[in-house]
Design a protein around this ligand. Structure first.
Ligand SMILES: C[S@@+](CC[C@H](N)C(=O)[O-])C[C@H]1O[C@@H](n2cnc3c(N)ncnc32)[C@H](O)[C@@H]1O
Length: 334
């Protein structure tokens, strides 16, 4: 367990040196690979042996090296590519996690101690990192979007706003499956600049509006459905309350808010990866994963009532909320 950092560093070194990309076109002789990377062949051979042992590459009978299916996941543009995650892990996650004890002592984020700013500010100042983080989220979100569509019926709605919707990956999948829907994407200005690439076809036919801004300072009214996917877990209770109030102020008496999160089970039975994700939220943002009850209490304090709890087959739960006092229940969920 203590040597786990070596595997992380090994994968990161492979990505940093461009090995998965260089091998995407086909097997290469290690000496040729060393020449293309500009590294001494002996040092590269040592790295390649370790990557072979980890199942990332394979030495063939002709001694040329090729990518395994696992290694292909680290290449640029691979479906569900983990290359971006490798980059963000090395640049941000690992340095912040090394201060985990400090986060536990204070009960707040330690990212600021390490970097002197929030993760959002850090990414704003490092466009390559910002792009890598959002690419990773896009890939992950597209996978989740199909499951969310199966779990929730969007057919009665006319307009949907994705609050903190990143590049619009979830919004795109929903709008493509429901031709009657118009969409609004709200995220930080430096994030939405790249959303135009994801949403341009839908934007071109006037079915989508992109708004760069701060979701705490105001959210446009008029949508039937507001989405908050993987957003509240980034924030502490006080900020969650401000954001839920901001959503509540935009909602009409018939609007619904869908909080889509990995919900902690009551008690201590959550699986290890969810417990670690909870600590990740603490270290990075001072946020946390929460139980459905904790979301219910936050929502109620913000003047919202959770009316439905719908499990999604990718591990998320949809918590549907309406303004308190508007508990009408049309058949919106399957
Ligand atoms: C964990 S990501 C989730 C993105 C998307 N909902 C998804 O599930 O893929 C959180 C998002 O909140 C956005 N965000 C953070 N602070 C924000 C703010 N003050 N105003 C608007 N968006 C913000 C980030 O840029 C990021 O896209």
């Amino acid at each position: 367990m203590l040597n786990g950092y070596r595997t992380t560093a090994l994968l990161y070194a492979a990505v940093e040196l461009g090995i998965p990309d260089l091998l995407t076109a086909g097997p290469l002789d290690p000496a040729e690979l060393a020449r293309q990377i500009g590294a001494p062949p002996e040092a590269l051979a040592r790295l390649l042996s370790a990557l072979d042992q980890s199942g990332i590459i394979r030495h063939g009978g002709d001694n040329r090296v090729s990518l395994t299916s696992l290694g292909r996941e680290l290449a640029t543009g691979a479906t569900g590519s983990l290359q971006s995650l490798a980059l963000v892990t090395a640049a941000e996650f690992l340095p912040a996690w090394m201060q985990l004890s400090s986060a536990v002592r204070t009960g707040g984020a330690v990212f600021g101690e390490v970097f002197g700013m929030t993760p959002w500010e850090h990414r704003q100042r490092n466009p390559n990192l910002n792009a890598a983080f959002n690419r990773w989220l896009d890939d992950e979100t597209v996978e989740h979007a199909r499951s969310i569509l199966r779990a929730y019926d969007f057919s009665g709605a006319h307009e949907i706003t994705d609050v903190g919707g990143g590049h619009g990956a979830l919004l795109k999948v929903i709008l493509e499956s429901h031709r009657q829907l118009r969409g609004v994407l709200i995220d930080l200005p430096e994030v939405v600049v790249d959303a135009r690439r994801v949403l341009h076809q839908i934007q071109a036919v006037g079915r989508c509006r992109i708004e760069g801004g701060d979701f705490f300072s105001g959210i446009s009214p008029g949508s039937d459905i507001y989405l908050l996917k993987s957003v509240l877990h980034n924030w502490n209770d006080a900020d969650c309350l401000r954001l839920l109030q901001s959503c509540g102020a935009a909602m009409s008496a018939t609007s619904r808010l869908l909080i889509i999160e990995r919900v902690l089970p009551d008690g201590r039975s959550a699986d290890a990866s969810l417990r670690l994700l909870d600590l990740h939220m603490l270290v990075m943002f001072g946020g946390s994963e929460r139980t459905a009850d904790a979301y219910r209490i936050l929502a109620r304090t913000a003047g919202l009532e959770i009316t439905q709890k719908i499990p999604v087959d990718c591990g998320f739960t949809i918590l549907e909320a309406v303004q308190t006092g508007n508990k009408r229940r049309p058949e919106h969920s399957r």
